[in-house]
Design a protein. Structure first.
Length: 135
């Protein structure tokens, strides 16, 4: 009976040793995958690729850019008839959107404003806006 007991103890020690050995090998393998670089992953698995059907259209790229824009030239505005500025709606450095009045003229001064003169003024302002003098 004692011989059988020794064989059983030796078998259990060998079995425990094998279990420890395989566990250490599994831990080493996991460490290799954790410390693996992208180059070795691509060598093993290839490059991930997603395909889509080609469609005809325009190619657009959008970028968000911050900065300060300064005009290349200054513009002095004048009207054919004398008029007083009733209100200046923006200060230097303010953002101004297209087609928004920058100043308001006194409606009572002058009383006899000609519509064609206002159209000329509007044309001048549009021209100044087109060349970048106004925003």
């Amino acid at each position: 009976m004692s011989g059988m007991r020794i064989v059983l103890i030796v078998f259990l020690v060998l079995l425990s040793g094998l279990a420890v050995f395989f566990r250490v090998q599994a831990i080493k393998q996991q460490e290799l995958f954790r410390n693996e670089g992208i180059e070795s992953i691509h060598m093993r698995e290839g490059f991930p690729v997603r395909t889509v059907p080609v469609r005809k259209g325009t190619f657009e790229v959008w970028r968000a850019i911050q900065g300060k824009v300064e005009g290349l030239q200054q513009a002095f505005l004048s009207t054919p008839d004398p008029a007083r500025v009733a209100k200046i709606r923006y200060r230097v450095g303010d953002k101004v959107h297209a087609d928004v009045p920058i100043i308001s003229l006194d409606e009572l001064d002058p009383p006899d404003v000609d519509l064609s003169q206002l159209e000329d003024l509007q044309g001048t302002l549009t021209l100044l806006q087109d060349v970048g003098a106004l925003q």
